[in-house]
Structures are given as C-alpha cells and as structure tokens.
Design a binder for this molecule. Structure first.
Ligand SMILES: *[C@@H]1O[C@H](CO)[C@@H](O)[C@H](O)[C@H]1NC(C)=O
Ligand SMILES: *[C@@H]1O[C@H](CO)[C@@H](O)[C@H](O)[C@H]1NC(C)=O
Ligand SMILES: *[C@@H]1O[C@H](CO)[C@@H](O)[C@H](O)[C@H]1NC(C)=O
Length: 283
C-alpha cells in the first residue's frame, strides 16, 4: 500500500507537471516511445535484497515484515493539444495466493481469494480500495490536464510489502496456547504501467512486470516467546521481471473488489469441516 504523500499536479504557468517532492528530474538517455508519443525513459523494479524480519514481541500474534517490492518509471507525455485529461500510473493485481498457517496436527488457517482459487478470475485488483483501478493516488499516478504546450515529465513510483499478524493460538479456539508450527506464503503479482485517457477510458499498457513473494517460517510453539520462529528459504526473494512483451490487463484487475476486501480467513481442521473465521468485506 502507498506509504507517503507525493502529489502531482499540472501547472498552468509552465505547462508542465510539477510534483511536490521534486518530480521534475533530468531525464537522460533514449526512452521507448509508445502510442500517442508517450515515452518511458526508465523503468525500474526490485525487491529489497534483505530477509523477512520476524517480530515475536506480542504474546498474541507473530508478526513478520517482508522486504519491499519497488517500481518506478520516468515518463514523458507530449503536449496535449486538446482539453483532455491523462493519468499515468501503476495498476497491480494478484494472480496467485497461497497463505497458510499450520497449527501442528490440528489444522491450518488460510487466507483465500475464492474466485481466484476456483479459476473464475485470472487476477484480482490490488488497488488501495479507493482509487480504482490505480494502486494509489500519491506517488503512484500523475494526472496531466490538457491543453499543454510542452512535454510533461514526471516519475511515478510504488511499493508493496506484507506485514501481517498470525495468531500463536488456533484462531477458532478459546485456548490461548501457542500451537503455530509453520507459515507458508506464496503470492504472485502483475504490475502494469499504464497511461489512460480519462475521457475515453482508453488504456495504453506501457510496461508489464511480474513478481512474487515466497516465504516459509518454521515455528516451535513450545519454546519461549522470542525464540520460536525461524525463517526458512527463500531468505532473499527473486527479483521482479520486466516483461519484453506486454500483457493485457484482465477485467478483474481494474474493478472492485480488491484482494483485501475479497479475502477470507478459513480454518481448515485436519478432521471435520472448514470454518469461515473472517468473511470477505465485499463479494
Ligand atoms: C487520493 O485518494 C484519497 C483517498 O484515498 C482522497 O481522499 C484524495 O482526495 C485523493 N487525492 C487526489 C489528489 O485525488
Ligand atoms: C509458488 O507458486 C507458484 C505457482 O503455483 C509455483 O510455481 C512455485 O513453485 C511456488 N513456490 C514455492 C516456493 O512453493
Ligand atoms: C482522448 O479522448 C478524447 C475524448 O474521447 C478524444 O477526443 C481524444 O482523441 C483522445 N485522445 C487521444 C490522444 O487518444
């Protein structure tokens, strides 16, 4: 999710895009030119090469914080002769999610996206839940209102990481005895750099990125707090891929609900029927 404010706005004075924290930067090198003369000078994507950190300070939950995925691009929009508004920014969708917390031989809790799991949809929006279809509206997008006489140059960036809490005890039980033995998470995302003519809703995909986060934490719940969890492979994450051929944006990547609102926490006991622990906020 977006973490700090970095607004962009067009200035009529100089007919360029200004950004509060220095969006205008010298743009060197030759970029790639797309439809409507939109140029992307530089697109970067990485996952911080640090391991996931684990926090055992709470007696109720284990917390972990994964490294950040970061993407940025320098974009040049040519002069817009008409009274049109263009938005350039990042759109992200989750295309695969496995997120299991094992509690010994009692069972596991699991965050699930039913429509994705059942193959009803290809991917689900990872928007902030307000600015659909965009990932956010601070550093993640730039809006340029025509007419403009000069090129509009700007940088748009986004970042994402996971910082969840997992209960030490079985989520559906009255007991607060620590039973958690394992956490497994494997999620894949597609991130698009998109320019959109807001009048037509025409979307031009400029770049497509693939990335995933894989995680395995072994827990010994019988040990004292602070000495229970151990990060297993992969300690460092695979780096994102900037695809050489763009992928189209599936419909559910653009609309409600987003992954946060659609996810369900299930309890899947080893024996017996699964239970919904936390229902989706939105179907
Ligand atoms: C950005 O989105 C927030 C809600 O997340 C909204 O309150 C704010 O007005 C938006 N800002 C702009 C510049 O669109
Ligand atoms: C994560 O899921 C993907 C897609 O199903 C799979 O190809 C990959 O092997 C999984 N990774 C791990 C570490 O299990
Ligand atoms: C943007 O949309 C407007 C309204 O439909 C259209 O007139 C204009 O040609 C579009 N601009 C581009 C560059 O496609």
């Amino acid at each position: 999710m977006p973490s700090f404010l970095w607004d962009c706005w067009p200035s009529l004075e100089i007919r360029a895009v200004l950004c509060a924290m220095g969006c205008i930067q010298s743009i060197g090198g030759k970029g790639r030119v797309f439809r409507e003369g939109i140029t992307v000078m530089d697109v970067k994507a990485s996952i911080d090469p640090i391991p996931t950190s684990i926090d055992e300070s709470s007696s109720v939950v284990l917390r972990y914080r994964t490294p950040h995925f970061r993407a940025s691009a320098q974009v040049v929009l040519p002069p817009i002769p008409k009274k049109e508004t263009w938005v350039v920014g990042w759109i992200q969708a989750c295309s695969h999610m496995e997120f299991y917390n094992q509690y010994g031989d009692q069972g596991m809790s699991s965050w699930e996206l039913p429509d994705l799991q059942e193959g009803k949809i290809e991917a689900i929006s990872d928007s902030d839940g307000v600015n659909y279809p965009w990932y956010g509206n601070t550093t993640e997008t730039c809006t340029v209102m025509g007419p403009t006489k000069r090129d509009s140059k700007f940088i748009i960036s986004m970042n994402d990481n996971f910082y969840p809490s997992v209960t030490w005890a079985v989520p559906v039980s009255e007991s607060n005895v620590a039973r958690l033995t394992n956490i497994y998470r494997n999620q894949s995302f597609t991130t698009w750099l998109v320019a959109s003519n807001t009048t037509t809703n025409d979307m031009i995909v400029l770049h497509t990125l693939h990335w995933h986060m894989q995680l395995s934490i072994e827990v010994n719940p019988t040990r004292p707090l602070g000495q229970r969890a151990r990060l297993r492979e992969p300690v460092t994450q695979d780096q994102p891929k900037i695809l050489s051929k763009n992928e189209p944006i599936p419909p559910n990547a653009l609309v409600k609900p987003n992954a946060n609102d659609a996810q369900v926490l299930m309890w899947r006991p080893k024996y017996g029927l699964p239970l919904v622990v936390i229902p989706p906020k939105h179907w």
